[in-house]
Design a protein around this ligand. Sequence first.
Ligand SMILES: NC(=O)c1ccc[n+]([C@@H]2O[C@H](COP(=O)([O-])OP(=O)(O)OC[C@H]3O[C@@H](n4cnc5c(N)ncnc54)[C@H](O)[C@@H]3O)[C@@H](O)[C@H]2O)c1
Length: 281
Amino acid sequence: MFSSFKKIQNIGSTSIRFYSTIKKGRLDGKVALITGAADGVGRESSLLFAKEGAKVLLVDVNDIKGKEVESLIKSSGGEASFFRADVSKASDVKEMIDAVEKTFGKLNILFNNAGIMISEDDDSVNTTEEVWDKTMNVNLKGVFLGCKFGIPALLRAGGGTIINTASFVAIMGAATPQIAYTASKGGVLAMTRELAIIHARQNIRVNALCPGPLRTELLDKFLNTPEKRNRRLVHLPMGRFGLANEIANGALFLASDESSYVTASTFLVDGGLTASYVTPL
Ligand SMILES: NC(=O)c1ccc[n+]([C@@H]2O[C@H](COP(=O)([O-])OP(=O)(O)OC[C@H]3O[C@@H](n4cnc5c(N)ncnc54)[C@H](O)[C@@H]3O)[C@@H](O)[C@H]2O)c1
């Protein structure tokens, strides 16, 4: 093994060029289902997964943007199909899992990514029951339903991988409250850990992807003034919000066989936020 490693180290530039032309996609032969695929992290992940060879069922409630992602992938030679489903409704989620098996024959990668953050979400005194219920239904029940109907499909395919989008707020507190959102993401993190252990001997890996604050529609709507943005930026070691494609790269690792010994992880892609005390000037 070591000698073949040495041989690879010694190959000339022509061979390196040859090897790069036969390089395979990191998700070749896999079928992925991504929720919240019309925008932000879901959109970037859909484009990246398709580029890496996966066939992707794009799930969202936004038909127009979802179909745009489908066209983009198809026009670049990839395979994707948009399916409208609301992840907070059991009947829709069941249908989306039926659809992925009907359209692409199986399910290998389930990315439960759809999530909402409602601007009226505040502290426990000011947050209404309606905001609490709506947030929980999409962010937490939506992930539960995805696993409820998706795990049997993964088992039919011989196993697979689940990525549930949680957040850095599942790990650290903030005095800029969004209590329903934070509680929902804490639930996603705890549920993911338990699912990973339950299914660890069935060739199913389950990981929680925890992004730091990102420049996407979700946060832009919430941080709609320079004061609100700056209140957060000072705490970010890199001095900037993350980008959706930076999270998609983390999701790609968790989706691919490269992460074959990674399960039950709290997979942080947060620019160092959760490890920092005093940030650089
Ligand atoms: N943006 C951030 O700062 C941030 C940070 C940490 C975690 N996250 C999480 O990352 C995930 C993606 O966030 P984003 O920033 O890309 O958001 P986004 O708003 O850009 O995209 C979310 C997508 O989910 C879809 N969606 C909403 N409700 C749905 C439902 N009921 N059923 C199906 N689709 C639905 C929306 O239509 C949209 O296309 C979310 O779970 C979010 O909570 C985001």
